[in-house]
Design a binder for this molecule. Structure first.
Ligand code: SF4
Length: 421
């Protein structure tokens, strides 16, 4: 089933050379989102602890950007100082926010920019408990997304992308979201879809810590008892939905899983078009060249760029890249029909898909290979999506199928952990 790994570039990221450093500065939040990975237990981290974690990520991840997450990072009292400190260390501070603090608050946005913010990924979806937007559909929420995108564009010089968790309730609206983003590709620089995952609570599995079954799993990503246990909607399903909206969409790069040879955990595309258009995508060769050159000249890989307008000379990369040649041909077809577009800028817009951890039938957990979102917990790098296990039990939880007659296969995660000592 498309997309095929052989047609894409596998990002060369690894544990110690990864463009993203994931920093959680608080576990408090001002709204509640279904599917959130974090329990509100300890509140804001101190500025000193945050700075130490930033230095840790810079040293051990060789990162290009710091993704400032939480909880909701904009409610941290030292957010401006945190952003400035990241800039001082010559890293890009990218803020992952629900945006609630920015509603009708342009002065705060200006302050964040002055402090050195690189940009924002706004998490907006219909399963959030968002004030004034309860009961709204994914499409209604495009009004709020547009408000954020316009505000960020008005302040200028900032990256703006939009993330949404994909549930059974909103998966059918993916094509509409893609159309909306394409329509605003001059101010919407990216979209990220994260497939909803929850650990089954229907008795399919036992959950164990150091070989001992847990009487009760407390992590927030345990499926509620009444929930349909299997929402098996993968990155490939999201890909097919995006194709419905834009037949020119094609992916260029991926990360696989740690256990399943055929899973695709991160799936990335970069669309190219005039305002409101998509001529097509960049291909794996362009993705590879940009990654390799960035590393060659900057000493680290790159996940986010503020190059939103694509110079037309970039089409020369079509010499190496078949997908980009197709995009270039579509560009000229469109120019013949609309010659005035020859003088209009070209925009690039990324579409990322993240397929969160999967529990396989034998109990193994298929994580993202070279996980880009590892964070710091107690002097170690751990998957941010499973940090709650460390906070509650001091280790990862392992999983054992309950099916009678089936030999339990409990495999300790082969996740490498860096110890500071
Ligand atoms: S394994 Fe890493 S990248 Fe994948 S969902 Fe978890 S934290 Fe994110």
């Amino acid at each position: 089933m498309k997309p095929y790994k052989r047609d894409m570039y596998r990002f060369p990221w690894s544990l110690n050379d990864n463009p993203i450093g994931w920093l959680e500065i608080t576990d408090k939040c001002n709204i509640y989102c279904r599917g959130c990975y974090r329990l509100n237990r300890t509140g804001h981290k101190s500025l000193e602890q945050v700075k130490e974690e930033i230095r840790f990520l810079k040293e051990w991840r060789n990162c290009d950007n710091i993704s400032i997450a939480g909880g909701e990072p904009l409610i941290h009292p030292d957010i401006l100082e945190i952003i400035s400190y990241i800039r001082e260390l010559k890293l890009k501070p990218l803020i992952l926010t629900n945006g609630v603090k920015l509603v009708d608050n342009r002065p705060f946005l200006v302050e964040l920019k002055r402090a050195g913010a690189f940009g924002f990924t706004f998490h907006v979806d219909s399963e959030q408990n968002r004030p004034h937007w309860k009961g709204k559909t994914e499409l209604d929420l495009c009004e709020l997304r547009l408000e954020f995108a316009k505000m960020v564009a008005d302040v200028g010089g900032l990256f703006a992308s939009f993330g949404a968790t994909i549930y059974p309730t909103n998966q059918h609206l993916i094509p509409e979201l893609v159309r909306w983003a394409m329509q605003h590709n001059d101010i919407v620089h990216g979209l990220v879809f994260i497939t909803y995952r929850a650990a089954p609570s229907d008795g399919t599995y036992n959950y164990l810590v150091e070989g001992q079954p847990l009487a009760e799993m407390e992590v927030p990503y345990l499926a509620p008892q009444n929930e349909e246990p299997n929402f098996d909607f993968t990155s490939r399903h999201v890909y097919a939905k995006i194709k419905e909206a834009n037949p020119n969409y094609e992916t260029c790069a991926y990360l696989g899983g740690t256990q399943s040879h055929d899973s695709i955990k991160w799936l990335i595309a970069v669309q190219v078009g005039a305002k409101g258009q998509s001529y097509g995508s960049i291909g794996p060769r362009t993705a590879e060249l940009s990654m390799v050159f960035h590393h060659l000249f900057n000493g680290r890989y790159m996940a986010y760029t503020n190059l939103h307008k694509l110079p037309k000379i970039a089409f020369l990369l079509g010499l190496f890249d078949r997908e980009l040649r197709k995009t270039h041909a579509n560009y000229w077809r469109d120019i013949l029909r609309h010659p005035q577009r020859l003088f209009q800028p070209l925009y690039q817009q990324s579409i990322g898909i993240v397929q969160a951890p999967d529990i396989l039938p034998d109990g193994r957990q298929d994580m993202c290979d070279s996980c880009p979102d590892m964070t710091v917990w107690d002097g170690k790098l751990v998957h941010s999506c499973r940090m709650e296990e460390w906070r509650l039990y001091g280790t990862y939880v392992t999983v054992q199928p309950q099916e009678p007659g089936k030999a339990p296969v409990i495999q300790p995660d082969d996740i490498p952990v860096v110890n500071r000592n």
